[in-house]
Design a protein around this ligand. Structure first.
Ligand code: GLN
Length: 222
């Protein structure tokens, strides 16, 4: 069942700003000329078309979500049509089942295994074609990433590699175990914006990306 917004179309993309890689997502949204907002408390959900849950440490993020009362707020806004995208730790937070641990938000029917590739030292970079997202291969950065082991019937696999699923979605949630915000590629941010019903800048501005640009944004924002 697809969930549509009731009333005017919300137009802001929020990035959960409790811990983890927040600035990098904000920088990609800025490059797509999308209105964005940092989300720290329940009042920040107003007019959000979508919310990005960044990478970081899922145990820490889950605790903070509970402490700030945001588990209930996210569930309620997902119910009114707000879309969600979890990258890495964010994907762990959204899963219905986390191997050997308690789940947090349970908004996408899948089983995920934390640290599926080993330690931080086993982080790596590769690329793959995700047909639903972009006609060209997308760079993939895995940092102590989880592996999605299986998904439910209502979940579409966007990218399968070897013995795991790297990207998937249902009608309201996208999950990626890698970090598009740590590359110059805007394809997944654009894909999520379109899922939110928004109008991201369409030209590819990836080439003039430099790794320091999100750091400049971080200085301006603080
Ligand atoms: N290993 C982290 C966790 O299990 C996720 C790492 C990341 O988000 N890059 O929470």
């Amino acid at each position: 069942m697809s969930v549509h917004f009731i009333g005017p179309q919300p137009e802001i993309v929020g990035v959960l700003d409790l811990q983890g890689g927040v600035h990098e997502h904000l920088e990609h949204l800025e490059r797509l000329e999308l209105p964005y907002r940092r989300v720290k408390e329940a009042k920040d959900f107003e007019n959000l078309a979508g919310l990005i849950l960044p990478g970081g440490e899922s145990t820490c993020l889950a605790r903070l979500l509970h402490i700030f009362g945001l588990v209930e707020a996210i569930g309620r806004h997902a119910g009114r049509g707000m879309k969600l995208w979890g990258t890495c730790a964010g994907a762990i937070l959204l899963a219905t089942q986390v191997a050997g641990e308690k789940n947090c938000l349970g908004l996408i029917d899948m089983q995920i295994e934390r640290n599926g590739f080993g330690s931080q030292l086993d982080s790596f970079h590769s690329e793959a074609l995700i047909e639903a997202v972009s006609p060209a291969p997308i760079p993939l950065t895995f940092i102590r990433a989880p592996k999605i082991r299986s998904v439910g019937k209502d979940v579409k696999v966007l990218l399968r590699i070897d013995d795991y699923i790297a990207a998937a979605e249902n009608d309201r949630v996208v999950v990626t175990v890698f970090h598009p915000e740590l590359t110059g590629c805007l394809a997944l941010h654009r894909y999520f914006a379109l899922k939110c019903g928004l109008h991201p800048r369409s030209e590819d501005v990836s080439e003039d990306w430099d790794t320091a640009s999100w750091m400049k944004l971080a200085r301006i924002a603080s």
